[in-house]
Design a binder for this molecule. Structure first.
Ligand code: NAD
Length: 378
């Protein structure tokens, strides 16, 4: 099969590429301009790009003619190319919208324009960020599956400054619950809004042109190969880098904020499985491990693995606009295509750190990234 992967040499893209190559002798076209922020000045993936059945087009997806050429004879498109930093999207807006929105527009226009050569299916790497905070119920309704779901907006800066990080409703605490695909979108960053725009654009254009469309809303993906030098995304990579330098992690808020960490090999398997979905299956799926892990728990696991226990501190610092909790209800992907993630956090984290230890230690740029965002917020 001829397969196009935009962003095919990125973190998830390389894992997907390797799995596809192991699965069968597919012909793969990878369009990836190897952005320096992610890959550094001298990226080399010759173990992939030198393979006879792999064609790497090192170009920007927005450059005229690039995607028209890449789409020739393609049956399956995985659309992964994107700018991915939530905080950075708040001030590098044009750059984010050029790749994420205009790039998607160009991809879709090329697909729509060639009625005789359209792919069978387009799979989009969407994001849990489109939900914003996700869903909450009143704490005394925790065990009621029919409890009314609430969708709080961004937290107030003055509440956070006073150490009030959790949500309340009429003086009663709200409890986060796993986010379902049927929960409403509520993007809280320019990045999230661009991912939601991608979903709408792909859904409408694919429906109009008879191309099967599937969006996977990915939670926090981690694993070997994640950029260790990009300070704008990838909390596990950023923390690992800091600990390896002998630094301490400044755990924001009260450390109880949580995320859903899903291993990159599981994510790549989900993409491959989703490409075979029946035409009448749903089009949107959460992809996560389905478990909330607090940032304090994550740091404790990393410190245990790196034998640096006890050095990191909860600082109470916070970033306005950060969400408090988000994890996925993964029932739909399990029930629709029998997909369940296989790699538990402790195992995946161990493999990730073992890989990171083989890599050069990168300069920690995470404080610089925080300062850029703080300057914007005043
Ligand atoms: N990693 C996560 O936790 C996560 C979570 C939710 C969604 N996603 C989505 O998954 C996709 C892949 O993310 P990733 O973690 O592998 O990120 P990544 O940065 O490692 O990969 C993205 C790739 O796209 C390439 N790229 C960026 N702009 C491009 C352009 N204009 N033209 C050509 N190539 C370009 C980059 O060089 C990079 O290799 C993205 O769409 C992202 O929004 C990732």
């Amino acid at each position: 099969m001829r397969i196009l992967i935009t962003g095919g040499l990125g973190f998830i893209g390389r894992t997907l590429t390797r799995q596809l190559l192991a699965e069968s002798s597919h012909e793969l076209v990878l369009v990836d301009n190897l952005t320096e922020q992610v890959h550094g000045p001298n990226p080399g993936y010759s173990e992939i790009t030198n393979l006879a059945n792999v064609r790497h087009i090192r170009e920007d997806i927005c450059e005229p003619g690039v995607l028209a050429d890449a789409l020739q004879g393609i049956e399956v498109v995985y659309h992964l190319a994107a700018e991915t930093g939530t905080g950075q999207s708040m001030y590098e807006i044009e750059r984010y919208y050029r790749t994420n929105v205009q790039g998607t527009a160009i991809l879709l226009e090329e697909i729509v324009k060639s009625p005789d050569g359209r792919p069978r299916v387009l799979l989009l790497a969407s994001s849990r960020s489109i939900y914003g905070e996700g869903a909450y119920v009143e704490a005394n309704q925790a065990s009621n599956p029919l409890a009314q779901r609430h969708y709080p907006c961004a937290r107030d800066k003055s509440d956070m400054a006073a150490g009030r990080f959790d949500f309340e409703r009429a003086g009663q605490p709200l409890l986060a619950v796993a986010t379902k695909e049927s929960d409403p979108a509520n993007p809280l960053s320019l990045y999230a809004a661009s991912k939601l725009a991608q979903e709408h654009m792909c859904q409408i254009a694919c429906q109009a042109s008879g191309v099967r469309y599937v969006a996977l809303r990915l939670q926090n993906v981690y694993g070997p190969g994640q950029s260790l030098r990009n300070p704008y995304t990838g909390i596990m990579s950023i923390f690992t880098n800091i600990l390896r330098q002998g630094g301490t992690i400044d755990i924001f808020e009260d450390g109880k904020e949580s995320r859903d960490f899903v291993y990159v090999e599981d994510v790549a398997r989900a993409f491959r499985a989703a490409a075979t979905l029946a035409p009448d299956a749903p089009s949107v799926f959460n992809v996560g491990y389905g478990v909330a892990t607090s940032v304090s728990q994550l740091v404790a696991l990393l410190e245990e693995k790196l034998k640096t226990s006890g050095k990191s501190k909860i600082s109470g610092r916070f970033r306005p606009g950060d969400i408090r909790h988000n994890w996925a209800d993964i029932t739909r992907m399990r029930d629709t295509f029998g997909f369940v993630p296989e790699v538990p956090l402790r195992q995946g984290l161990s493999e990730t750190v073992d890989w990171a230890l083989t890599q050069p230690i990168e300069e920690d740029r995470s404080e610089k990234a925080s300062r850029e965002l703080a300057a914007l917020q005043g």
